[in-house]
Design a protein around this ligand. Sequence first.
Ligand SMILES: O=C(O)c1ccccc1NCC(=O)[C@H](O)[C@H](O)COP(=O)(O)O
Length: 209
Amino acid sequence: MRIKICGITQPQQGKAIADLGATALGFICVTTSPRYVTIKQIQAVVEKLPSKVDSIGVFANTPPEKIKQAVVDGGLTGVQLHGDESPEFCQQLRESLPEVEIIKALRIRTATDFDKAAVYNLFVDTLLLDAYHPQQLGGTGKTLDWQLLQNFQPSRPWFLAGGLTPDNILEALSQVKPTGIDLSSGVERAPGDKDLQKVAQLFEKLGNR
Ligand SMILES: O=C(O)c1ccccc1NCC(=O)[C@H](O)[C@H](O)COP(=O)(O)O
């Protein structure tokens, strides 16, 4: 299973989290977020990582040229689109960045939001399901209704996100069968400051998954 820890800001924490077993780290490139990092900060983390660990830039309604520049300069292997990007936008980005993983985040408000997965499936590599919040785009600590997701089986790999913690991860995975999981505030001391003890606890709970 892929395990993505999002909202990394510090090189030592990024390296330690990769050593604990994360398969992907996420970098928030949304300026309004308390977890925002510059390209220079991303570079400082990425250069310490083993090449097998994916480096994902998280964007929201960002122009494609800016995304492309961040990918090239920051050494990103993937981009996560966390705003209102249309399927056409994803398709164009896919064409201009053929080697880069395109992840579309769907913020789930009602059961009908699941239908969007079928549309985006065609244009992205991976989906990420996150909780809806009226003021915040991500990193909210809010969980999804896992019961609604029991039969969610899109044709693309997908991450479960939203309010996951070392305490609730096994309960979530007993109900939902995602390809990967994504955690941020559930393994933090403060926004952007990861709690390595909580990250270690997460990997202990996950065992060999
Ligand atoms: O984390 C942020 O501050 C953020 C801001 C703007 C857009 C996206 C953002 N985070 C995206 C993520 O992938 C988070 O890991 C995801 O929302 C889950 O967060 P959490 O509920 O805190 O585990």
